[in-house]
Design a protein around this ligand. Sequence first.
Ligand SMILES: [Zn+2]
Length: 258
Amino acid sequence: MAPIARIAMAVLLFSATFINAAPTPTNGDNDHIAVFSRAVSAADTGVKLVYKCTVPNTMAITFDDGPFNYTADLVKLFNKKKAKATFFINGDNNGKITDYAAGVKQAYLDGHQIASHTWDHKDLTTLSVSQINTEMSKLDTAIKKIIGVSPTYMRPPYGSINDRVTKTIGAKYTIVIWSQDTNDWQHESDWKKSYKVYTDKIKKANGKAGDIILQHETIKLTAQELAPRAIDYAQSMGWKLVTVGECLGKPKSTWYRK
Ligand SMILES: [Zn+2]
């Protein structure tokens, strides 16, 4: 599936999932998925999903759907600005992980966090338990070949999750959603719209519990225009940009397993 179609499908999944799960209207797409996920985690599985940072004054910018053409440049950008990023990567999505192994390895070596976004970006709620396990283990193996360890943090594609998914993977992985979707996939050619969403939300954040911010590293203008400005703005407002693991107060040794 082409990247745009793939991303567009997320909207449909969000809507469909939310309608099935909870009829109460909320304030927008982000709230839809967040409300749904919270309801699932609390009622059925006891698995706690992660939406926000817990360490004061920290914020985490995350990139989904890579690795891709811009991974290595993003690593350089974050290094230069003394910030850290988290990459929720696939094995076979917009690009094949083996084609971008150098960028993945450099990200890891430079202290950015490599996390799982499943092997090929299927909606996990549509899969059997064994298929879900394969989505995770296949990517774990591929990542381990590149960086020597496999990730303990994951984000479900489309943020789509149900009790079967959380029961299947919740004990093994920290499941991370997000608290701010820049919606960069909705206006790929107009990064200023994403930037406005981002700055408006940060202005209201007051430095307490920082956001976990969703961007897509497969979008050229996200990598080249939105990301550098997003770093500068957060830092100018006094936020420390760290990995998801760091923003939850978890040491690097817990982000991976051997
Ligand atoms: Zn994705």
